[in-house]
Design a binder for this molecule. Structure first.
Ligand SMILES: [Zn+2]
Length: 120
């Protein structure tokens, strides 16, 4: 899957995002500022792992968010392991973002599959 497809899947489950022509338009999970990206290429946004992979975060949609490039960069600098911020601080920060992601959560209709043959 390319970046545009992954970002589109995340945006589809974020209630602040809507389609506008070729773009998804919504809000950055980190700063809540307006954000738009190209649904095909993902240009204009960055995929955020709310809990970083290096800290045990997964690839499930609930741990992924659409954010500005600059916000992703700032988060990276802020939580640079060399700065030795405490695990507790990091957990508090991550919990806040995961919570915001949950508040915005929107269920997506799963694609309809035809009924399997011979099972009626
Ligand atoms: Zn932002």
């Amino acid at each position: 899957m390319n970046q545009g497809e992954i970002l589109s899947r995340v945006a589809a489950t974020d209630g602040t995002f809507r389609r506008e022509g070729p773009n998804w338009v919504g809000k950055c999970l980190i700063c809540n500022g307006p954000l738009a990206f190209d649904a095909r290429t993902g240009e204009g946004a960055t995929l955020e792992h709310i809990r970083a992979r290096s800290r045990g975060g997964g690839q499930d949609l609930a741990n992924l968010a659409v954010v500005h490039d600059r916000c992703n960069g700032e988060k990276g600098r802020r939580w640079d392991p060399r700065k030795r911020r405490s695990q507790e601080e990091y957990d508090t920060f991550v919990a806040r973002l995961l919570n915001r992601r949950q508040e915005r959560w929107r269920d997506v209709e799963p694609p309809r599959k035809p009924a399997p043959p011979g099972r009626t």
